[in-house]
Design a protein around this ligand. Sequence first.
Ligand code: AMP
Length: 211
Amino acid sequence: KGTQAAWIKETYGIPQLSTGEMLREAVAKGTEVGRQARSIMDAGKLVSDEIINRIVAERIDEPDCVNGFILDGYPRTLPQAEALDRMLDEKGLRLDGVVALEVDSDILVRRIASRVEEMRARGEPLRPDDNPEVLKQRLAAYQAQTAPLVDYYRSKGALRAVDGMASISDVAAAIGRALADTAFRPVQDRKPAAGAHKPAGRAQKAATGRK
Ligand code: AMP
């Protein structure tokens, strides 16, 4: 999820808003949010909708989000999805698409194991929630609280289901195809307006059709 969100960030020139990353930063800094989130994250459960919705609402008001953004790991519950609808409405923004990566849970367990090995090899501190017991809880939380969002977004016509079992580059290519009918265009495909040397930000805004 994070790997492909980073690809979307680079390819479409928009920031990656990872709620998990924001929470890990809050934990590292020892903020009030971090203090509240830490034990919940370590147990593989979901942090309260209220905390998460507030973090996201504040983050999407930052200037770097003006031309669009990718939400990585949000929404994860129905109340979050409804809060996101209201947030976007209030800000005059619209949802371009929802990418659902479909992956077999055995494969996920193996991917987490290789992430642990890679982080260890790089000498990076391991995520406390990257272990088999907590992963089981994270998958249970997904089934109980996040899986219903697939139908929610399918019924809105926003869902883009992508087979996440392929290689990283094949999954990225499939996401690119799945987003081809949205207003988002890869940075490299954007043509500058004829005869004009507009700043990148403005050209991008036109391409994404926001606001
Ligand atoms: P991630 O980095 O997306 O795997 O998220 C790591 C952990 O952060 C999750 O297991 C949750 O405990 C918490 N978290 C991240 N995003 C959310 C969210 N949208 N709602 C609730 N908890 C979240």
